[in-house]
Design a protein around this ligand. Sequence first.
Ligand code: NDP
Length: 280
Amino acid sequence: MAKIIDGKAISKQIKDELKEKASELKANGISVTLAVIQVGNNPASTVYVNNKKKGCEYIGIGSLSYELPEETEEEELLNLINELNGRKDVNGILVQLPLPAHIDEDKVIKAIDPKKDVDGFHPQSVGALCIGQPGFVSCTPAGIIQLLKRSGIELAGKECVVLGRSNIVGKPMSLLMLRENATVTIAHSKTADLKEVTKRADILIVAIGRPKMVTRDYVKEGAVVIDVGINRNEDGKLCGDVDFDDVAPVSSAITPVPGGVGPMTIAMLLNNCLESVNLQ
Ligand code: NDP
């Protein structure tokens, strides 16, 4: 039976380390503040935003909250970002996605000062990751690297398959794996013979948003399986992109949903907030 990778425990460990780091910064007269902007009241976004604010409180950094109505004009949001870019007492700026349809997400992401881009979505942050320069790294993929390292799973020389190629998970994930000297394959909806490709993986990362699609026929015996998916099944319960009960017996280690990758995203956001001090 696979080892279950406990994202809750590992994220707690990271948050406790960050708490110490934040108090050292404070002792040196440096305070850190994250500005969180939410437009509209999408219930899932409200949960995420509240968890991020609670995370800031836990490690002892400040958070400023901007809750804007659904009908906020794009220009108004851009003006707010511009104001926060210029404030010396704000270290990180996070705009909770998705935004209402009338606002251009790309424009908003690009408006954030790359030195305050704690989500790591700005093209400059992505470019820096691509060529190995300092910059913010997208939180979910960075969290997965921590999950693997802190579980004693070696990446160098391993065959890694990343299933999914989104800008926020799949692509940065594959770049981070490459940085760790893994041999990386990216698969997606147009990949021919998907099972043949995923079965090559020593480490399989799944980020497709398809409830329980990945069964044991996609997995090599003894592989490590990381499930990024957050979906609701027919009964409204949370489930991943991997069929956990089917895959766990053939894998050597696996993340559950919930309690795997999810908690790591916030831990890495908080890490980026403290890192911002070095970049600014
Ligand atoms: P996107 O919808 O942006 O991307 C999905 C990717 O999966 C695309 O590249 C798509 O391929 C590929 N894909 C979709 N269906 C298939 C299929 N049948 N076979 C092969 N590939 C397929 O999703 P995200 O990357 O944003 O999110 C993925 C999942 O991770 C979601 O469940 C999301 O909720 C979750 N998530 C979890 C986070 C966490 O903190 N744990 C954070 C972010 C996301 P193509 O490009 O060809 O269309």
